[in-house]
Design a protein around this ligand. Structure first.
Ligand code: BGC
Length: 758
């Protein structure tokens, strides 16, 4: 801790200390002029600056300054490219410097548990590894410019329904492996200046008062050094919050809780040392921001708009492209249908909503080409049906070579603050795609949506381009992709199920309850679909290219490793086509399901890299895996543990398609101590060489006793012995005691247990 901060804390009165732990308004920290403590400003985030200059309010009713809207979280994750995401972060950091912003409120990395969550567009993935890696790159980018971030919403904030009060009830292993893992990766790899605690409760404790998660896990286990801040209005009991390690309350509550905190300190209910720690962390944040402020920074919005276009191109995912209907040719007669072609949807609603200066539409981007015609067909604003627009689009579709339907979710369908009630596009859009496919065989659907939708027409169309919500450059980026000026390279950061009912959280999600049981456990997203071998519309990690990629030699530098060692994996990737393009190489680890003693997912993502390949170029891609690629969270030892055994290291096209694999045997350097008791079973003891040395003779004694009582010849006895061996598999030591007719005594059982445990 900076000695300047320590000495300031000493000079502050109790009242001043308490006031510092709460904002002065919506966006500023408290100033204390007499000690030279400045107020600093924070703003949303995450995909562009939402800086409210004058009339501040959290829901964003009052306009914010003109800004540049970059791709939303889902789109950034779809890049599968940590370098690009770092670069976005750097750009946002520079913009913040120019606007004198101390921290940008993002990234939001909650797991997409259900396709219905209203904020899915803002979040990265259903997979914590991808979410954590993308978040770390974003944070490192922003913070490299001397501006802070706020990793949010910590944690298990996976729905908008009753978002301020529901209780996420999650077992410890699932919490660690799925809902905390992304945060853990981001904290360890990027040290965000701040972490924002979520609105909800976790296992019965409000997150703003959750000492175990905010202090014991976040700080003590992961080594977080920054400031914790409440989500806007997430504080319930400020006294408990301070004791739990929640440093800053936002927005300020105009002193509402200050009196309570002061009297709690005076009465001894709250330890002043806890308050001091919060104050120290608030001051460290404030001075870090002030010290790093760059007065000379300028924000060139035109330049950033051009950058937003290029970025959008990195995010777009080509889901289907039959008969190579895409890319379109300049001299083809093409009909664009759908309000989104002129009025694109490119960002989500709520606190991340940016006040854009310039927005590109695809129609505008294509105005140079007179062979492109337009029919509205349906409105981008809502789900209304207009017979004449509908019919006119179908009629026009007859006479062109190809039709591009710009479909998507109207803004009102998905936003912060509420969840979707279904996963469908507006009926009018589905009907129009059907009607157009009936008259034209070459239909391409461009989607603008923040979260998966059903596609009842999927077999009737030739191509689908998922643009998600890719920011204000969407129009030009889409035109470039449709016409082959840009080669799509995005991959799905989530599974698109065929129907909502297939999603593992379906039975629990959003029913009108306040206690949400995460009954699917670790089986979120592709972990569930792959385990169930369930067909999906498009798997996690899926995405096509105009290039054709193949894979060559795959190698691992070892076949056997201890968990304190690493394994290097290399694979050759080849672009077989004449078109330069980018491939996303995905690495998953698959445990040996038949020989594991714990429930595990079929495979889990443990590495990814995006590689550019020129026409006919070959490159070798390299990954290094450590223990974390093989470990699961073991609640017996409250730690990560690698179960000894074989693991397949797989290079995959997506979560469903393995291209090549190698098997590596991994064992823990420090095997976990097994505690034996009356319930220890025959099979486990037999498989453990050392344990069998101790327990084996007792079982032998029992078996021989049983055999002796048999009145049979040697061959029959041998056969019986083999059967008995199978029968005994699940027998516990106490079962043997009960059944041995006195041959295996209570004393002997206690002796065996003691010997095994020593
Ligand atoms: C949102 C946060 C946001 C904050 C400030 C809250 O309603 O949940 O993500 O950063 O408002 O606008």
């Amino acid at each position: 801790m900076d000695s300047r901060i320590k000495s300031l804390v000493k000079k502050l009165t109790l009242e001043e200390k308490v006031s510092l732990c709460s904002g002065s308004d919506y966006w500023h920290t408290q100033e204390i002029e007499r000690l030279g403590i400045p107020a600093v400003m924070v703003c949303d985030g995450p995909n562009g600056l939402r800086k409210q200059d004058l009339e501040a309010d959290n829901p964003g009713i009052n306009n914010s300054i003109k800004s540049v809207c970059f791709p939303a979280g889902v789109s950034l994750a779809a890049t599968f490219d940590t370098d690009i995401v770092r670069n976005v972060g750097e750009t946002l950091g520079e913009e913040c410097q120019a606007e004198n912003i101390a921290a940008l409120l993002g990234p939001g990395i909650n797991i997409k548990r259900s396709p219905l969550c209203g904020r899915n567009f803002e979040y990265y993935s259903e997979d914590p590894f991808l979410a954590g890696k993308i978040a770390a790159s974003y944070i490192n980018g922003v913070q490299s410019k001397g501006v802070g971030t706020s990793l949010k919403h910590f944690c298990a904030n996976n729905q908008e329904f009753r978002r301020n009060s529901y209780d996420s009830r999650i077992d410890e292993r699932t919490l660690r492996e799925i809902y905390l893992k992304g945060f853990e990766i981001a904290v360890k790899e990027s040290q965000p200046w701040t972490v924002m605690c979520a609105y909800n409760m976790v296992n019965g404790v409000q997150m703003s008062e959750n000492r175990r998660i905010l202090t014991e896990i976040l700080r003590d286990e992961w080594g977080f050094e920054g400031m914790t801040v409440s989500d806007w209005g997430a504080v319930r009991d400020r006294v408990k919050g301070i004791a739990a390690g929640l440093d800053l309350e936002m927005p300020g509550s105009q002193g509402t809780y200050d009196e309570l905190v002061i009297s709690a300190v005076n009465s001894g209910e709250l330890d002043e040392a806890d308050l001091d720690r919060c104050v120290e962390r608030v001051l460290s944040f404030v001075f870090k921001a002030a010290d790093n402020h760059n007065d000379e920074a300028v924000w060139n919005k035109d330049k950033d708009h051009v950058y937003a276009r290029d970025l959008a191109n990195e995010c777009i995912v080509l889901l289907k492209n039959e008969n190579r209907v895409l890319p379109l040719k300049n001299d083809e007669y093409v009909l664009f249908v759908g309000g989104f072609a002129k009025k694109p949807r490119f960002q989500g609603g709520g606190s991340s909503h940016v006040n854009c200066g310039t927005v590109d539409s695809t129609m505008l981007a294509m105005q140079w080409n007179s062979k492109v015609r337009y029919e509205e067909g349906f409105s981008a604003e809502d789900d209304s049906f207009d017979r004449s627009k509908f019919d006119s689009a179908v009629k026009a579709a007859h006479s062109v070579e190809k039709v591009v339907v710009f479909a998507g979710l109207p803004e009102i369908y998905e936003s912060e603050g509420y969840d979707r009630s279904h996963m469908d596009l507006p009926k009018v859009q589905n009907d129009l795609i059907d009607a157009i496919s009936a008259v034209n065989p070459h239909v391409i659907v461009v989607l603008e949506n923040g979260s998966p939708v059903t596609m009842p027409w999927i077999d009737k169309v030739e191509a689908v381009l998922e643009t998600y919500l890719c920011g204000e450059g969407v129009g030009v980026a889409t035109a470039r992709t449709l016409y082959g000026k840009s080669n799509p390279s995005g991959r799905l950061p989530e599974t698109f199920p065929i129907r909502l009912e297939d999603n593992p959280s379906y039975v629990d999600y959003s029913s009108d309850v306040t206690k949400i049981d995460y009954r699917e456990g670790i089986f979120t997203g592709y972990r569930y679909y792959t385990k169930k071998k369930m067909p999906v519309l498009f798997p996690f990690g899926h995405g096509l290219s105009y290039s054709t990629f193949t894979y060559g030699l795959m190698k691992c530098d070892t076949e056997k490793m201890k968990d304190n060692e690493t394994v290097e994996v290399t694979v050759d990737v080849i672009n077989e086509s004449n078109i330069p393009g980018k491939e996303v190489v995905q690495l998953y680890v698959e445990p040996d399901i038949l020989n594991t003693k714990i429930v595990r997912a079929t495979r889990e993502l443990k590495g990814f890299t995006k590689v550019f390949l020129d026409a006919h170029e070959k490159k070798t891609v390299r990954f290094v895996l450590d223990k974390s690629a093989f470990a699961y969270y073991d609640t017996d030892i409250s730690d990560w543990y690698v179960e000894p055994g074989d693991y397949k290291i797989e290079i995959c096209k997506n979560a469903d398609e393995v291209i090549a694999y190698k098997t590596v045997n991994v064992s823990p350097k420090k095997p976990k101590k097994i505690v034996y008791d009356e319930n220890s079973i025959y099979k486990d003891l037999k498989e453990d060489h050392a344990a069998w040395k101790v327990a084996g003779p007792y079982f032998e004694k029992y078996i021989n006793g049983v055999l002796k009582a048999q009145n049979a010849d040697e061959a029959a006895k041998d056969a019986f012995k083999a059967d008995l061996d199978v029968f005994l598999n699940d027998m516990t030591l106490r079962n043997v005691l009960n059944m041995s007719n006195g041959a295996f005594t209570y004393k002997e059982m206690r002796d065996v247990i003691d010997k095994l445990n020593s």
